[in-house]
Ligand binder design. Structure first.
Ligand code: SF4
Length: 387
């Protein structure tokens, strides 16, 4: 019988401290780990033979023990507006997506943290697929590693292309905390991607204990998927609300700001026709964030998101006039409010849509559309056809 051979170590799994510790097991000092880290993340190099300032003996050791493991690309879709979406194979029939959104003054990459999601938000295509598994640190970073270096080649530039990362793709990042934090550290590390803390955003549906931990472990910008002004409405829209209701969530947000790189929380609010988009609900939101409804005041801005309909949701996008009227009520109360531009509509670049076509692992989609399962929110109109 041949000796079993250990699988190669994936260097994308390590932040700089972990890489330093691993290099020490090879008898190498920290400055070698820094060199290696820079080759991988700053130069996008995966061939150890080309890491010219490493000693030949180290390159040989690396070649026999380690690798930079990319994700296999299943599809790439490019929108007319410049948005690019990649669907990556993470094995076992699971796929995750990353979306690059270019703007005049920034390039944003939306990154996935899990294959599927256990939170099950009512309006989210990923939530309807159910949860498959957490991504590793290496799988989270492989999305950024690929996108950054692929885009540099494609745009023929030596300069950084991705200036902002939002952990807003598939999955609830704070339910994959132990893999998330090292990935964030690599994004922020000056020897890695060197992104500003203000330009790395973790988006959460409200995992309160992990918001508190993130504040201490790796404070970055925080976005919270709010979507409702009351617990009665948020419970069915974001089921995690039953565990961490609005008062606790807003208290955690306010506390987070003590260490956050920005002095406000971004509240994401998906505009659902006839569900959460009335003037009265806008006023309830103002009361909520201003601390008039029993919750503490939270400095914030709102990002109103036009819902991207998918048939299983049974929900519709709010008419544009209603979104603008809702925004105006918030703005008139002194709350900075933006309406998200829809990007990549022609490639379904909204969260979870393409991967949803690949797999519905837990059959949540079919369970939600069974005639004997009552929708948690009254459906007043026929589901729309996908744009
Ligand atoms: S919105 Fe986010 S947290 Fe909610 S189901 Fe979708 S991926 Fe999960």
């Amino acid at each position: 019988m041949p000796d079993s051979v250990a699988p190669p170590v994936n260097l994308l799994d390590f932040d700089l401290d972990a890489l330093t510790a691993w290099c020490a097991t090879l008898g190498e000092k920290r400055f070698r780990a820094v060199q290696l880290f820079r080759w991988v993340h700053q130069k996008g190099e995966s061939d150890f033979a080309r890491m010219s300032d490493l000693a030949k003996s180290l390159r040989d050791k690396l070649a026999s023990t380690a690798e930079v493991r990319p994700l296999k690309i299943l599809t790439e879709q490019a929108s007319a507006d410049g948005t690019i979406k990649w669907l990556f194979d993470v094995g076992g029939g699971d796929a995750v997506e990353a979306v690059f959104i270019p703007e005049d003054d920034r390039g944003t990459l939306c990154v996935s943290s899990q294959a599927g999601c256990a939170v099950g938000c009512r309006f989210c295509s990923t939530g309807h697929q159910g949860f498959s598994r957490n991504l590793s640190t290496g799988e989270i970073l492989a999305q950024l590693w690929f996108a950054e270096h692929h885009l540099r080649q494609r745009l023929n530039t030596p300069d950084r292309v991705i200036s902002n990362v939002v952990m807003m793709g598939m999955g609830e990042p704070l339910q994959n905390y132990s893999a998330l934090v090292p990935a964030l550290r690599v994004m922020l590390d000056d020897h890695g991607y060197g992104l500003s803390r203000r330009r790395v955003t973790v988006s959460t549906s409200g995992v309160v204990p992990m918001i508190e931990r993130l504040q201490h472990d790796c404070p970055v910008a925080l976005a919270v998927s709010l979507h409702a002004p009351t617990d009665a409405l948020r419970d069915p829209l974001v089921p995690l609300n039953r565990k961490y209701p609005l008062a606790e969530l807003l208290a955690a947000c306010r506390q987070y700001l003590a260490a956050a790189p920005r002095d406000f929380i971004t509240f994401e609010y998906c505009m659902l026709d006839g569900v959460n988009d009335s003037p009265e609900q806008a006023r309830q939101l103002i009361a909520l964030v201003n601390g008039q409804a029993g919750a503490p005041r939270v400095p914030c801005k709102f990002n109103l998101i036009p819902f991207n309909p998918f048939p299983a949701s049974g929900l519709l996008r709010s008419p544009r006039e209603r979104v603008l009227a809702f925004a105006k009520i918030l703005q008139d109360a002194g709350i900075v409010t933006t309406v998200r531009k829809t990007r990549g509509d022609d490639i379904d670049a909204a969260c979870g849509q393409l991967a949803g076509e690949v797999q519905d692992r837990t059959q949540v989609h079919s369970r939600l559309t069974r005639p004997d399962v009552r929708p948690v929110i009254p459906i007043t109109a026929a589901p729309p056809v996908q744009p």
